[in-house]
Ligand binder design. Structure first.
Ligand code: FMN
Length: 198
């Protein structure tokens, strides 16, 4: 079975992004795409990484192991002041090719209102260059987040639409994950001349 790592990219300890990441993990399990053992969650609000550079990298060693085991990722990014939250940008300073190269990732933008697109476009523009994470062309935007994804059954029409879209996106993510496994095996990751992207 494929292994999925989910990253909740809010710096707040009781974040809606954490809620969304947990919902998606449970949905993966319910759809039998994954299990507790074949998925892992990194909540950067509950268990933060120190702001880079730091003398002690804190939980990074643990996170690195989780990410290395993953075949696919879900990156949940809240919109803060029209930007991606600093916690997820800091995460991408730590992350490198060794953990993430050529692994597919579903981007999930989160907004309390009708935003949520800015963190998607920001992370698509900057975040993947050195770590070579492959964002799917498909993404999810969770608007009015407090009203949706609060339980396994959809609570309203917006929630219903979002559940259907999430299932569609997760199916695509799993297909990419399977397809990219042999691609990763066939790529020379060790060439020191190309350690960073251009
Ligand atoms: C500092 C800060 C700035 C915010 N700015 C925006 C924003 O620009 N656009 C938006 O849609 N929501 C904004 N929000 C609200 C978030 O969308 C909301 O907190 C949501 O729950 C996602 O963040 P969370 O995962 O930290 O809970 C902001 C929240 C904080 C804490």
């Amino acid at each position: 079975m494929l292994n999925i790592a989910l990253v909740a990219g809010s710096g707040r300890s009781n974040s809606q992004s954490g809620k969304v990441a947990r919902f998606i993990r449970q949905r993966l399990i319910r759809l039998e795409h994954s299990t507790e053992a074949h998925s892992s969650l990194i909540d950067l609000g509950l268990d933060p990484l120190p702001l880079w550079p730091a003398e002690d990298a804190g939980l990074w060693e643990q996170y690195r192991t989780q990410l290395q085991a993953a075949d696919a990722l879900v990156i949940v990014a809240p919109e803060w002041n029209g930007m991606a939250c600093p916690a997820i940008k800091n995460f991408f300073i730590y992350a490198s090719k060794a953990e993430l190269a050529h692994k597919p990732a579903l981007l999930v933008g989160v907004s309390a209102g009708v935003g949520g697109a800015y963190p998607i476009s920001e992370l698509r523009a900057s975040s993947y260059k050195n770590c070579r994470l492959c964002y799917l062309p498909e993404h999810l935007i969770v608007r009015r987040v407090e009203q949706v994804l609060n339980g396994p059954e959809a609570a309203n029409e917006d929630d219903q639409r979002l559940h259907a879209r999430l299932d569609y996106d997760l199916d695509i993510l799993l297909k990419y994950a399977k397809a990219l496994q042999p691609v990763r095996e066939s790529i020379d990751m060790g060439n020191p001349a190309f350690a960073n992207g251009m």
